[in-house]
Design a protein around this ligand. Structure first.
Ligand SMILES: C[S@@+](CC[C@H](N)C(=O)[O-])C[C@H]1O[C@@H](n2cnc3c(N)ncnc32)[C@H](O)[C@@H]1O
Length: 278
């Protein structure tokens, strides 16, 4: 066996590509079209190098071996698209401010960011909530399928360039500039972190029964990777976690048209759960 040079690539055959398409669909509900062949071979090539393998079939044998749970997670980490940033789609945060003013003050305000990637969405939400409701009780559950992204999210530390995405007043109040070894980065204030709980959750599997009900669920920019059937299943199962009249928020490029009749649109991409009589 000899190791592969960093630049050496190995062709991915159509049959192998079809196997990876099926595997990532079964594991994460992600529908990879034929246009994603280069993406799959590019991203998985580093695993072939890691194991010094001469074919993608050899990697398929490893990743489909039921004992290799960790390698399957590594593959999922590599094949998910994790792009995100602070205060992405600002209208959703403006809406949340209004929603918080109208919330029920008798209860803890609960929000779930269900595909949180590396955490920028979660901390943006936390800044808005902390600013609006101060000392009243609130919590955010944050989850993603990618362990790698969750590790980044939990670290709550980001390159200083990303600070530009955060409104000035929030930056001053909720972020700390790194010094010495952490120069060039900033982190989120511990006062926010104590309200946030991170979990690894695959949305296409059974969701945890003990999560309770939420006022708002953010499910943004993940359903674009799902086919219609998976979108329907994921939406239905998440709806069971919404309080009556709770809200589901999806990404601006996404649509719930024809997916469920249990929601009514409040604004584009913002929905409210209809009252259900049993
Ligand atoms: C493009 S990011 C969106 C992040 C953030 N919500 C936003 O809008 O900026 C999509 C995230 O969905 C996650 N994801 C993909 N399939 C998933 C699944 N089956 N269950 C949970 N998360 C999933 C990916 O790991 C990725 O972090």
């Amino acid at each position: 066996m000899h190791s592969l040079a960093d630049t050496e690539t190995i062709p991915l055959t159509d049959r192998e590509f079809a196997e990876f398409q099926r595997l990532i669909y079964d594991l994460a509900g992600i529908h990879m079209t034929d246009a994603k062949k280069a993406l799959i071979s590019g991203r998985l090539m580093k695993r072939l190098r890691h194991y010094a393998l001469r074919s993608f079939s050899a990697y398929l044998a490893i990743v489909t071996d039921s004992a290799n749970v960790e390698e399957r997670q590594t593959m999922v980490n590599l094949l998910t698209t994790n792009e995100t940033y602070f205060f992405r789609e600002p209208k959703h945060f403006d809406w949340l401010r209004e929603r918080l003013i109208k919330r029920s003050r008798a209860e803890r305000f609960r929000l779930w960011s269900a595909a949180c990637s590396s955490g920028q969405e979660v901390y943006s939400l936390a800044m808005v909530i902390a600013d609006e409701i101060g000392n009243a009780p609130w919590e955010i559950y944050a989850s993603d399928i990618s362990e790698k992204m969750l590790t980044k999210a939990v670290s709550a530390s980001y390159d200083i360039e990303q600070a530009e995405q955060i409104p000035e007043a929030y930056l001053k109040r909720f972020c700390l500039r790194g010094i010495r070894g952490a120069a060039g980065s900033f982190c989120i204030q511990p006062e926010l972190l104590q309200h946030i709980h991170f979990y690894r959750i695959n949305l296409v599997e059974m969701l945890p029964e003990d999560f309770g009900k939420f006022d708002v669920i953010f499910l943004r920019n993940v359903m674009i990777y799902f086919d219609r059937d998976t979108r329907r299943r994921v939406t239905e199962s998440l709806l069971n976690f919404l309080k009556p009249e709770g809200n589901l928020v999806i990404g601006h490029a996404e649509s719930l048209l024809g997916i469920t009749d249990r929601l009514q649109a409040v604004r584009p991409t913002i929905y409210m759960k209809k009252n259900e009589t049993v």
